[in-house]
Structures are given as C-alpha cells and as structure tokens.
Design a protein around this ligand. Structure first.
Ligand code: CS2
Length: 491
C-alpha cells in the first residue's frame, strides 16, 4: 500500500476512482451532534444518515468520541475524519466516502467530551456504547450503584469514566451555563433505549444532586430509537481489498450490508437533521419496532452464534447454511417469537424471510464469536422477554429455552473438545468462578447461572419448568452437542 495515497480532505479534490464522494463542501460543515462510541456501527449507520443530510443542512456535523480506546481516533484523525463505507452484497462491493465526522475525541478522564456536549453548538448527543456501558442491572434496567466506574464517578473528581457519569457532568455544566435544552438519543440495542438511558441518567444525577435530576427532566429529551444494520468487525484483509478497489489507503474502512433501518421517536427539543430524507422513519411509538428487531433479529443472531459455535460454525452465513440450524432458527422465529409481536403496518412473515436472507449474505463474514460476546447484557432483551410473554400466555418456549442453554454452555468457557477459551463478558469473572466451583457437574453449573437474578429476574430464576427445560438442554449440549440438542426439540 506504500505508493497509495492516504484518504484525506486534500486527496478528495483530485480523486477519480470508483468510491462515491461527499456531495457537499466539507469546509462548510459545522458540528451540531456529539456521538459517544464512534465504532464501526455508528460509522455504518447514523453517520451515514447524517451524511445524507449535510448538503442541505451543513450545521449537523458530528464530533465523535471514544470513551475508552484511542484506535478509531488514531486511524481517522490523519484522514480528517473521512472513511470508506463498503456495502457488500454477494460478489458486489459499492464504496462511498463518508464526511460527516468532523473531529474525534478520546482522552482519559473524558473532559474534552464533557466540554463538547456542554458546548452551545451541540443540540443532539447520540450514543452507541453497547449494552454494558449503561451500567445497569440487565434484568431491571436500574443503575448498578456497585459498578466500579459508577462508584468512582459518584465520588466526584474531574472528568468521568462511565457513560451516565459523562452525560450527567456535561448536563450539569449546561445547566450552570444556562444553555438551551438538548436531545440525547440512545442507538443501542436495548428495549425502550431512550427510557432506559433517561432512567440511569436520572438515577445517577439524583444520587448527588436531586435538583439537577429535575432540571434534566424538563430540559433533556431522550427519544427511543430502533437501529438496524449488520456491521462485522473490519479485518486487515478488508483494508487491503478496499484499497485495491478505491485506489487510496484507508486505515479503518467499515464494511456493511445493503440493508439499513432507523426508526426514531420524533421527540427532539433542539431541532434535528431531516433524517427522513435519508430514509429514517420518524414516528411516535418505536417500542413495537424495537421489540420486533431485538427479538427476531438479535434473538436469532445470538441463537445462531451460540448454537453455531457449538456446531463448529465461525460465521453467521455458515451457520444459516447448516440446514438443521437454519430450520431451528426459522421455526423459533415463526412459532415462538412472531406470536409475541404486534407491529402496525409490518408483515412479520416477510420480515423473517428478509432476516434469513440477510444472515445468508456470504460477503459479510460476520463472526459468531463477535456476536457471542456480552451475552449477560444481551439475552434478557433478546430471549428472556419473549420467554416471559410465552410463560404468561401458557405457551411453549422450547427453542428459546435451548437458545438460553446454549448461552449457558458458552459461558462455561469449555470448548467442544474440553479446551478452555476466554469468555468475553462483563460477568466473565463470575461465570469462571461458578465453573471452577461446579464443573464437570453441568447441572450444578447451569443451576447456579440460572440463579443470577441480575440476568433472569426474580420470576425466571424461580420458574421451575423453565429451569428444568434449560438444564435438560444444557446436559444434552454438554454430553451430545448442539445438533443432537436441536433434534430433541419438537413441540
Ligand atoms: C449483533 C448486532 O453483535 C451482535 O450482538 O446481534 O450487532 C446486530 O448485528 C445488529 O444489531 C444489527 O442491527
């Protein structure tokens, strides 16, 4: 790549390659949005919607922030924030240079991020920080006051470590400086993500400053959103392939699928970009869409990840190419998940068909191990909510139970041949301790994991038929493997 030019503002002027260029003058863009968590997902999703609005509304540029790792900043700053979006479908790859990110901040203590949110020009904050960064109890959604970062932030001091801490510090500054209201938009895969974020922020603020909590209530809107686009982690092979296609070097392109969806609760208190021109659906009620997506897409994704890994499949497309896995997941979606949903104006059967097509996109190489991470934070909204609804309705939930068992099998950290692997999860230390205390007794292991109210809530931890079903599946998974376990599921 050494003779190839690096992507930058200067390079755009003379560029004659195949990547589509921004259709606006970057010099005219000024920031109006601060985004927390500028990873691949944001750059393939919200940043692209905003990019589509900048020609008519140049005042909505994005200041991106990474709260922990400097790698995105280090890759994109020499490129003036520019990066390539590569949309892959089968053999075809379309490339586009996205210019909506004006600046990227990453500094220990996060004081510059707090200052950026507290700047008068900032009217919207968006977030893709992943489930665990909300520092909440996954079962109840309450702020986890024992979380080490929350404790540190509540103790005070300059800056903040946690997402609730950063937001509350910035909002306190806005209040003290008499700045206008602001909208904070969660774009993470959480149920009622706006309400969830508002809840942890209010709880954090209320701990030390009850008056700040009431200022936030009147001056900050937290609309909910449903975001959807499959974005696998970029590999070195992708970097080389994209440089060959575009003719320039990009240290961190993002790879994605053609599909993209953003359903946004239209409750902004300080203006917003005309996201509808970029294809977003602005609505009054996001909840049915969130539930549909979390349960059908993400629930199946996690199921394919755990059962796929335990069937030796490394990618989602390989997993759905396995006839047993595909039929298991399709039946789970159609018979166990679909009946729990009611989404006005959406044909759920067709939606399921389109999900299976998207999963089958072989050009994406979406790793099952990537999806498997952080399961303790994911399975409550992806699988357990559906199980709860079916328990209440007195309906069977066999496949969902097997999916839960496959997650428990995964967090044992014992590979198919008994070899150990690292479990990537904020509760990994607890799972490792339980494994040390109980294995090789799979029932005792499963039973202790099922006792975790933070994940299963008081209701499911004490639901005997559910526990028995999950433990039966878990034994089959340990003793005979995923394919045998799927064969045992009938009703
Ligand atoms: C995936 C999601 O990694 C995961 O857990 O299920 O990132 C999924 O690809 C997106 O939510 C799709 O919109």
């Amino acid at each position: 790549m050494s003779d190839t030019k690096r992507l930058s503002n200067g390079m755009l002027a003379g560029y004659a390659g195949s990547a589509k260029l921004p259709d606006y003058d970057r010099q005219r863009i000024s920031p109006g949005i601060v985004h927390l968590g500028i990873g691949a997902f944001h750059r393939a999703h919200q940043a692209v919607y905003v990019d589509d609005c900048l020609r008519v509304e140049p005042h909505w540029g994005i200041v991106g922030a990474s709260l922990r790792r400097a790698d995105t900043r280090d890759a994109l700053t020499p490129q003036d924030g520019l990066y390539t979006l590569a949309v892959r479908d089968g053999e075809e790859t379309r490339t586009r240079i996205v210019g909506s990110v004006c600046d990227i901040i990453c500094e220990t203590g996060n004081e510059p991020v707090i200052a950026a949110i507290a700047s008068e020009s900032t009217r919207i904050v968006t977030l893709t920080v992943t489930e665990k960064a909300y520092c909440r109890d996954p079962a109840t959604g309450d702020l986890d006051l024992d979380h080490p970062d929350i404790r540190a932030d509540l103790a005070g001091g300059p800056g903040a470590k946690s997402v609730p801490g950063v937001l509350v510090a910035a909002l306190a500054e806005r209040r003290d400086r008499g700045l206008p209201p602001i909208t904070v938009v969660s774009c993470d895969n959480l149920p009622a993500n706006g309400r969830t974020l508002a809840g942890v922020v209010a709880q954090f603020a209320g701990e030390n400053h009850p008056q700040l909590a009431s200022w936030i209530e009147t001056n900050v809107a937290f609309p909910s959103t449903m975001v959807d686009r499959i974005v696998p982690a970029t590999t070195d092979e992708d970097r080389v392939g994209i440089a060959a296609l575009t003719g320039y070097e990009d240290a961190w392109p993002v790879i994605t699928e053609p599909f993209s969806q953003w359903v946004v609760e239209d409750r902004f208190v300080a203006g917003r970009p005309a996201l509808e021109i970029a294809g977003a659906l602005m609505t009054q009620d996001v909840l049915p869409f969130e539930e549909m997506k979390l349960r059908l897409l993400n629930g199946s994704h996690s199921t394919l990840a755990y059962l796929g890994l335990q069937s030796g499949q490394q990618t989602v497309s390989d997993a759905v190419a396995d006839p047993m896995l595909r039929s298991f997941v399709e039946t789970m979606m159609r018979t166990e998940i679909l009946p729990t949903l009611d989404v006005p104006g959406v044909d759920l059967d067709a939606y399921i068909g389109s999900l299976l097509d998207r999963f089958a996109n072989t050009a994406l190489k979406h790793r099952t191990m990537q999806i498997a991470m952080d399961g303790s934070q994911k399975i409550p909204q992806r699988l357990l909510g559906t199980i709860r609804d079916r328990v209440v309705a007195g309906l069977p939930h066999n496949r969902l139970d097997l999916a839960v068992a496959a997650w428990i099998r995964h967090v044992s950290g014992a590979g198919l041949g008994g070899e150990a692997y690292e479990v990537d999860d904020p509760m990994a230390a607890l799972f490792a301790q339980i494994a040390r205390d109980t294995l090789p007794d799979a029932s005792a292991f499963g039973s202790t994991v099922l006792d975790q109210e933070a994940i299963f809530g008081a209701d499911l931890t004490s639901d005997q038929p559910f526990r028995t079903a999950v433990l039966t599946h878990l034994l089959t998974l340990f003793n005979s493997g995923a394919q045998a376990a799927m064969r045992t599921v009938r009703a």
